[in-house]
Ligand binder design. Structure first.
Ligand SMILES: Cc1cc2nc3c(=O)[nH]c(=O)nc-3n(C[C@H](O)[C@H](O)[C@H](O)COP(=O)(O)O)c2cc1C
Length: 217
């Protein structure tokens, strides 16, 4: 499966089967995390037993309490930390999809009971539930390309393809509060229009855009 195919298949999944991820896959996940952490200067951490990460009432009601494992998204505190977490965290989400697993980014989880150590100069930004879904999730409402694009009128094909994949990016409460601006010199800016965890969203959107465009921007 390619990253693009993973984008097309992925939906947030909140109900999981009661079975752990196989040891073999755990090893692959840990190798991938090591690689992404080096690239993004991050401390994404695979927590095999999600334990009490989703013990709050709303998480139990939504089904997330059934997630067997979780990825704690941690990094040294910095102005661009949320964005890097979004970018590299989504690369991991797509890799997990390729392994046949399902995921859900979660801003709401129990930061006190998740089983990780966060040092004083670090920040635990968000968590990603992971496991075998009881279903594959479903397609949701999305904005149109016209609603999220600005800048140069004449859009090259790679830009259109990037926007198409960006519109499939998960965003907090499906807010899609971003604008993708095509500048006159064909550089691209990702503009954050605010909202909950919107810098994490921007990183995720950039990740999807580049996969669609077939190049880094
Ligand atoms: C930064 C971020 C935070 C999120 N937080 C939660 C959450 O706390 N609880 C939840 O059920 N879903 C959460 N989601 C999942 C979104 O609701 C979901 O991505 C969005 O509705 C789009 O649906 P899709 O992922 O199926 O495309 C979050 C997603 C992102 C990107």
């Amino acid at each position: 499966m390619t990253e693009k195919e993973a984008i097309l298949q992925r939906h947030s999944v909140r109900n999981y089967e009661n079975r752990p991820i196989e040891k073999e896959k755990v090893r692959l996940i840990e190798d991938k995390i090591k690689e992404l952490n080096e690239m993004g200067n991050l401390k994404l951490t695979f927590v095999e037993d999600a334990g009490k990460t989703y013990n709050k009432l709303f998480n139990r009601v939504s089904g997330l309490g059934s997630a067997p494992s979780v990825i704690a998204c941690i990094g040294k505190d910095a102005a661009d930390l949320d964005k890097r977490i979004g970018y590299y965290g989504e690369k991991l989400v797509l890799y997990l999809q390729m392994l046949g697993l399902n995921t859900c980014w979660t801003g709401t989880f129990n930061k006190k009971t998740i089983d990780v150590t966060v040092k004083e100069d670090e920040r635990l930004v968000i968590a990603i539930a992971v496991g075998y879904g009881k279903d594959q999730g479903k397609a949701r409402k999305t904005k149109t390309a016209d609603q999220v694009v600005s800048g140069k009128e004449e859009q090259p094909e790679w830009f259109k393809n990037g926007v198409e994949m960006a519109l499939l990016a998960p965003t907090a409460i499906n807010q899609q509060k971003f604008t993708i601006c095509l500048n006159e010199d064909d550089t691209v800016d990702f503009i954050d229009n605010g909202g909950v965890l919107s810098q994490v969203d921007i990183g995720i959107v950039k990740c999807h855009f580049e996969i669609g465009a077939g190049k880094e921007v």
